[in-house]
Design a protein around this ligand. Sequence first.
Ligand SMILES: Cc1cc2nc3c(=O)[nH]c(=O)nc-3n(C[C@H](O)[C@H](O)[C@H](O)COP(=O)(O)OP(=O)(O)OC[C@H]3O[C@@H](n4cnc5c(N)ncnc54)[C@H](O)[C@@H]3O)c2cc1C
Length: 384
Amino acid sequence: MDHRLNPEHEELRRTVEAFAHDVIAPKIGDFYERHEFPYEIVREMGQMGLFGLPFPEEYGGMGGDYLALGIALEELARVDSSVAITLEAGVSLGAMPIFRFGTEEQKREWLPRMCSGEVLGAFGLTEPECGSDAGGTRTTAVLDGDEWVINGSKCFITNSGTDITGLVTVTAVTGRKDDGRPRISSIIVPSGTPGFTVAAPYSKVGWNASDTRELSFSDVRVPAANLVGEEGRGYAQFLRILDEGRVAISALATGLAQGCVDESLSYAKTRKAFGRPIGDNQAIQFKLADMEMKAHTARLAWRDAASRLVAGDPFKKEAALAKLYSSTVAVDNAREATQIHGGYGFMNEYPVARMWRDSKILEIGEGTSEVQRMLIAREMGLSA
Ligand SMILES: Cc1cc2nc3c(=O)[nH]c(=O)nc-3n(C[C@H](O)[C@H](O)[C@H](O)COP(=O)(O)OP(=O)(O)OC[C@H]3O[C@@H](n4cnc5c(N)ncnc54)[C@H](O)[C@@H]3O)c2cc1C
């Protein structure tokens, strides 16, 4: 399998690389320090078409594919992960459920504005009592006439409380199967619906220029037509959405791992100790060689999973392998980048400090590393 980019993808990569370098890099540190959502940067990303990358033109998209999305995410995360996760969650968690499972009316209503970046969507799966065990959803939705009445809460939801957030698709129990297991469905809740409360942003270790909130639903009424796909199919839907999301997160993690190499390589060439650049020491060279090896291998892993996805082939195991590997090496590279920078690596004004803080969540979000190992083992034929 050839994982080199075709001319179209390479042009996209260069465009996003230049944008990240020229527009994001000079500004993002201030947003991060202020824990502020970077509206102006997100607006420009929307104008570039990044939020519409994998969607057809008829819905306002760019007519690209998941490989294109991954390329953009990797280039953004080489410079900053907050903007990268805003794009990742906006596309693969916000818009994708509507594109994959929504009605034609839902697609026409939401996708054009989401593709342009004018409106952000969120995906509310995780709850205070259940994250990895997502089937343990406690939020309920009861059909009352032609409305769903939703009660419950969600936590850690990305993009759920910005000024441009238009909706959150929530998973909720809508009934019980004959064996007593819950029937889970996905339902669109537009921002501002009475009874839908969005808490203040969390104070986080990293991703400080991205928006993450707790949500609560108290007798929230939305039209029955806001159901996404069939009633009771929500569990299968979010498994698919998370499989795809892992490919995207893996591309993002690869970008962070590569960004650590970029920053450390230039620092190692200029920082002097004992009268010569620290990069002249084999100990530093070996760290950099290992970091480059890990970023390169992570790239092959996510591109392999993305190619399978795009080709319509099974990709569940490859997505889990890519997510597990790339998040592990992102944490490794962030740790080594900080080490190479010495005391300066512990100063927030240095990009590697931000990368270090942003790396850990990659082993947690969209399925922890333990969950990825469970998925891989299951795909290898081992029973749970
Ligand atoms: C910044 C941020 C953004 C997020 N964005 C979103 C979002 O947009 N939408 C959304 O729905 N969620 C989001 N999440 C939630 C995220 O996906 C969950 O935090 C994650 O899936 C883990 O769930 P949990 O936190 O409940 O941990 P738990 O499930 O409680 O797990 C705790 C620990 O136990 C381990 N564990 C659990 N079960 C097993 C097992 N069977 N075997 C071995 N180990 C196990 C886990 O791996 C983990 O190490 C976000 C989280 C963060 C921090």
